[in-house]
Structures are given as C-alpha cells and as structure tokens.
Design a protein around this ligand. Structure first.
Ligand code: G6P
Length: 609
C-alpha cells in the first residue's frame, strides 16, 4: 500500500525512479511523484493519477539529478490530488519526504506545529513528518529524523532527503516494509524487491525501529536511538523476467496461465512417491509439537482468506483436526481462545498485510504454535512465525490474486497431508491417492487453459450484467466466494458468493432473468444437492452456467451453459474449478475495457489497518 522508491549514484535518477514506480504501481496508483536533487534546490514533480500521467508531466517540465525519491500513492488521509501526492515538504522545501503507512494522532501534531508557525499545504498525515524534521533540523539530517521519530506514533516507512544536508537519503521503518538495494557504487531503496531486480540481487531488509543512512560511499544502519547495527545482506533469487508480461495482454492473464508451473514448484521436493509421503521438515516446526495439535486457526484477508477456507476442508477431511478460518481484521480484536495445542497459520501472499500481522502479534500472548504460508520469504509475517511454508508462486503483479491463490491451496493441501501423516489420522493408501492426484493437477489445468475460446465467448455475453450469483458447496463453497470476488474486483460487476444450500434462505429472492448464476457442480458427494439448487433457480427463470466435469453428460439439459473441467478427486476439485472462474472474470473485465491489472481503489499489499 503506497510504494516508495529511491536512488543515489551516478546515473540520472529520473528514469530509475519512474521505472521503479511502475513496478510498485500495484501498491497504489491514485497519484505519484518524485523529488530529485542536482546542484540546486530539491525539485519536485507530482501528478494525480497513474505513473503515466507523471511521465507526461515530466516531459513538459523536465528535471534531472543523481539522487532522489519517489512515491506511488493509495490515499488514506486526503483525497487523491496533485496537492496531496507525495513527496511532501517542510515550510521551506529544503526537507522532502515520501511515506508509506499511517501516522496516528497526526492532527494533534499538526495543531501543535501550526501553532509553532509551520505552514501546512496538504490534507495528509504525512506532511507532519516533514515539519517535525524541519523543527529538529540543525546540521545533520539523520539526527533531525531520529528526534522526529520520538514523536511519531503509527506505522511508517519514510525516506527523507534535504538540500541542507546533501547527498544522502535517510530511511526509517516502523511498520511497512522497506529494503535497501546494494549496487556497484549506487544504492536503491524500495518497498519491495521488484524494482531492484534489474540492478542488484543483494538487499538489506530493515526491521521495525531501524534506520539507514544511504550515501554514495555506503550505507550506515542504526536503531532509532542511534546505536549502530550490522545488517545481514540477503540474496534474492527472483529474476527480472518474472515481472514482465511475456506477450500476455495483462499480468493477470499471464499469472492465470502460470498456475501449472506454480503448483509444480510448490510441490517440488515436498513429495516422496516412494514413501508415499509429504516431506515438510523444512517448515521448522518440531514433529512432537505438531502431533499435539488439537485445533487450527487460520488468519488471512481477501483472496488468502478464500484459499484458507479451502484449506479448512483439506485439513478437517485429511487430518481430522478442527479448523477455524478467521478474517484477521476481526480476529485481532477478539478474545483469543488458544492454547499451546493450537496451531495458528497466517496465510498471506505478501506477508505484509497489516491486519494479519497485527492479529498474529496480538495472539502470541497465548503461546500457540505459529506458521506462515507466505510467498515472500523475507516478509514480516514470514519472519515472525515459528514455522514457514513457502508458496513458490514468484512475484505476482496483477492486483487481483490468481496464481498465489492456487499456490496457497497447494501449500495448505501439503500441510493437511503432513498433519494427517504425523497424527496418523490418514492411512497410507489414502495419502498416496491424494499425492498422486496432486501431481496430476498441473496437467489438468493445462488442459483447461488450452481451450479458452468457448469460455471467452460465453464471458462476453455478460459484459453488461449488473449482478452475478456464485454458488458452490462443500470444498467449492470457498471457490464461489473467490469467483465472485474476482468478478467484483476487476469488472466492478456486483457478485455474491454463497453456499448453494443457503440460497433458499435469502438469495433466492434475487433470482430473475437479470440475475445469472454460476453454479460450481463437480461430481462430489453432494452433487445431487447442487443439482436441486440449480433446478430451483431454473424454476424461477434464472440463467445458470455450471462448472462441471467433462464426463458429466446429464448436466447439459439442466442448465443454460456448461464450463467443462477434467474429472478429479472431489476434495481437490477447487484447484480446477477456480481456473475457469478466474478466466471468466478476466474476459468480462477485459471486454468492458476495465483496468484489469490495477482495478480502481484496490492495492495489492494492504499495509494499513
Ligand atoms: C489485498 C489484495 C488481495 C489480497 C489481500 C491479502 O486486498 O488486493 O489480492 O488477497 O490484500 O493480501 P495478502 O498479501 O495478505 O495475501
């Protein structure tokens, strides 16, 4: 949520900042700006809208320099406008900052600083930081920043430059992620690794309460009290090609098509066909603690929540352990009923979602075993749990999550099998049949992806729809939620996901010929029940599209359209049913001309509450 970038070196900083901001644009895109320094004063250029608008501004009103900072915004305080766009400055324009996060009680600080004579120009919480630094500035920028930090509450990653203490960027972290990239005689700062991949793979992750002073000669790390720190250099093994569209029209489409690879990678090295076992020693939780687990609580938000719900069906079915899946934003304020026999699993693509992180931190007083299912190894959530189960999806750029959803389901299935193995609730043959089927999933998805024309044609019939109902049952109830979420997010068509059996308790009142229904109907143990639900809709003139197995011939006569998927062990059907629903949402949104990769008002990584 909001992206920060910065560079100091010998090159022209402007293209580096702009390219970096484009890579961070998924974090927020309602306005953007840069501040650069050459020989004279700090020069700022800002624009409302996407980075492309900022590029136009820069064409008209060029700047250059060899260090600077930039920002792409997702508004929290103050509407999206040029005036509220970062970088923000103090009264003189000598101190300029970019910020990701939220400053709590900023109005108190603003009132106090205004009383002391500071002149505010924006509606943002961020601007108080610039004025606070101005207040404490004498000669040394990092000293002023350090003193300002003492008065700030909330969540912030802030980068600061000053024309009164030149050739340095001061960076602080108390919440949102921020990274220093180490190049050859040049340094970078960024909210995530994506913008750095073109230049360096050596990075340093700042922890909360830490500060970096980045100069041409090197980087000095310290805590907020000024104590010097020695930081570990991490090596990133992602490559720049991973964040290109590779010929696809949108990142989302590319990422949907990557799912077979993602599932293969997430399974790789974690399955032994000889032993018929899942090998998850890598997660770092002692088997004797795992054996004592009596309850699992999964915390997540958004698409990760829906993947976690699928995980609930996997774990309960295979390992026989009760699972609660909780919205982290709700759970963090609840009375945590947990003990040392509880396993808390935080599922998060980014590993930085503020609610998930806060819930995790708050519940630790109960000392449960904690595990992260995460796509970013160096993220806060991955670092703050006892165990880590990585999803190997690679970077996901489309704001609407697709491949990471499949990777999370894969990881949760592996976890279910591992728990079942350790607590001996699953016999070897059952385990083996799941393992074999898991390995066949990528090929089955490839077969869905090899024939998408029919699906695209069908989707295009609905470009003017205003509403959609998604129904699923048992392990596919979460897929109904996820299908509806995808459609809402990228096409802005209102959609509701519902458990089919609940339809008669409310949503059935909505059914008429303007409310199409997507019914997920694999041949599982409750297939007949879903068919009854479909009949109830048809009896009320509803249009029904069914997602059904290729060999299900009888369904054709009962619905208006069928989307086919290969047959699969029913518990694993969510891996297949989800793919056409992602594509369906994609084709509708693309045909409506929507901004598929960067839907309005959303951000990929939500680092504020
Ligand atoms: C945002 C994103 C979603 C994502 C959710 C949770 O809302 O737009 O795609 O599912 O955050 O993010 P996480 O990184 O914790 O999985």
């Amino acid at each position: 949520m909001c992206g920060i970038i910065g560079y100091i070196g010998k090159k022209n900083v402007v293209p580096i900042l702009i390219e970096g901001l484009k890579k961070l644009e998924y974090r927020g895109y309602d306005s953007a700006g840069i501040a650069v320094v050459d020989d004279g004063p700090i020069l700022r250029r800002r624009a409302k809208g996407k980075i492309s608008v900022l590029e136009d501004v820069l064409k008209q009103d060029e700047v250059k320099g060899n260090y600077g900072i930039g920002h792409t915004r997702w508004a929290t305080h103050g509407r999206p406008s040029e005036e509220n766009a970062h970088p923000h400055q103090d009264c003189t324009g000598d101190i300029v900052i970019v910020h990701n996060g939220i400053i709590e009680k900023y109005m108190d600080l603003k009132t106090q600083l205004s009383f002391e004579g500071h002149k505010f120009q924006t509606e943002t919480d961020t601007e108080v930081i610039a004025h606070l630094i101005e207040k404490y500035f004498q000669e040394n920028l990092e000293e002023a920043v350090r003193q300002a930090m003492e008065h700030l509450e909330g969540e912030f990653a802030v980068a600061v430059i000053s024309s009164r203490d030149r050739d340095k960027i001061v960076l602080v972290k108390q919440g949102p992620p921020v990274i220093v990239g180490l190049g050859e005689n040049e340094y970078f700062i960024s909210s995530d690794v994506n913008p750095l991949l073109l230049y360096t793979k050596d990075v340093v992750f700042l922890n909360d309460g830490e500060m970096a002073v980045i100069e041409r000669e090197g980087v000095t790390y310290s805590d907020f009290s000024g104590k010097l720190l020695k930081k570990k250099i991490d090596h990133i093994n992602w490559n720049p090609l991973m964040i290109e569209k590779s010929g696809f029209k949108h990142f989302m489409l590319k990422e949907i098509f990557e799912q077979p690879r993602v599932i293969r990678d997430t399974l790789k090295g974690r399955i032994s066909m000889d032993k018929g076992k899942v090998l998850l020693g890598e997660i770092g939780l002692p088997p004797e603690r795992i054996k004592s687990i009596r309850r699992v609580v999964i915390l997540a938000c958004g698409t990760s929540f829906n993947a976690s719900l699928v995980g609930k069906y996997f774990i309960e079915e295979i390992a026989g352990i009760p699972v609660d899946v909780e919205y982290a934003s709700e759970y963090r304020y609840r009375n945590f009923i947990l003990d040392k026999n509880s396993l808390v699993v935080a599922v998060s693509q980014s590993g930085e979602t503020a609610d998930t992180l806060a819930a995790l931190r708050a519940l630790k007083v109960k000392k449960p075993l904690t595990l992260a299912v995460c796509n970013v190894e160096s993220s806060s959530i991955a670092r703050e749990t006892a165990g880590l189960l990585m999803t190997h999806a690679g970077p996901e750029i489309g704001v609407a999550a697709t491949k990471t959803f499949s990777a999370q389901m894969t990881a949760l299935m592996l976890l279910a099998l591992y728990l079942g193995q350790i607590n001996e609730s699953m016999d070897k043959d059952t385990g083996l049949s799941y393992i074999k089927e898991l390995q066949r999933i990528p090929t089955k998805i490839e077969s869905i992806l090899s024939q998408t024309e029919g699906l695209e044609k069908l989707a295009k019939k609905f470009i003017s729809a205003s509403h959609f109902l998604y129904l699923g049952r048992w392990a596919n109830y979460p897929i109904a939620l996820e299908g509806a979420l995808k459609l809402k997010e990228i096409s802005y068509i209102h959609a509701e996901g519902y458990p089919s059996g609940e339809m008669k308790h409310g949503p059935i009142a909505l059914i008429d010929d303007n409310m199409p229904t997507m019914a997920i109907a694999p041949k599982d143990r409750i297939y007949e029940k879903i068919m009854s639900n479909i009949s109830e809709i048809k009896a009320r003139s509803g249009y029904v599209i069914a997602v059904a197995y290729e060999d299900d011939k009888e369904i054709e006569a009962k619905v208006d359209a069928v989307i086919r998927i290969p047959a699969i062990l029913p518990l694993l059907s969510p891996f297949l049913t989800t793919v056409p629903l992602q594509l369906f949402a994609y084709y509708i949104a693309a045909a409506r001309g929507a901004d598929v990769d960067q839907p309005r008002n959303l951000a990929k990584s939500v680092t504020v509450e």
